[in-house]
Design a protein around this ligand. Structure first.
Ligand SMILES: [Zn+2]
Length: 123
């Protein structure tokens, strides 16, 4: 089961130019941007993870909850992964890990009734 391979961004990003933009902590930094689609590359040290990372997190969460007697179905996992893909969480160029975590928790808690702190401890 590899979600990583099935993820395809429609643009193959070419970073030729840069512009000065504030980072998440407000410091101005040169950010390369794509000359095709305009996407700005994340340049913080808060490096984004690939889609496969979140598939693994869900797998671990599922087995942990199962041990506690709470069952997550394959359909729930599939719905979460589909929505994460649609929202391009695997686009490591534009996301920071912090933003990915927030998106992941928003999506996962839509499909699994779970405490956010417990969920975050798996990330
Ligand atoms: Zn692009």
């Amino acid at each position: 089961m590899s979600y990583q391979q099935s993820f395809q961004h429609p643009c193959s990003h070419e970073f030729k130019d840069s512009e000065w933009l504030p980072t998440e902590n407000g410091i101005l930094k040169l950010h390369p941007y794509c000359s095709n689609c305009g996407l700005v590359k994340n340049v913080s040290s808060d490096t984004a993870k690939g889609l496969g990372y979140f598939a693994n997190v869900l797998g671990r969460l599922r087995s942990d909850l199962e041990r506690k007697g709470y069952k997550i179905s394959k359909a729930q996992i599939r719905l979460i992964m589909e929505e994460l893909k649609k929202r391009e969480i695997g686009d490591t160029y534009s996301f920071s890990f912090t933003k990915q975590k927030k998106l992941f928790m928003d999506v996962a808690t839509k499909y699994i009734k779970i405490n956010k702190n417990y969920l975050e401890s798996h990330l």
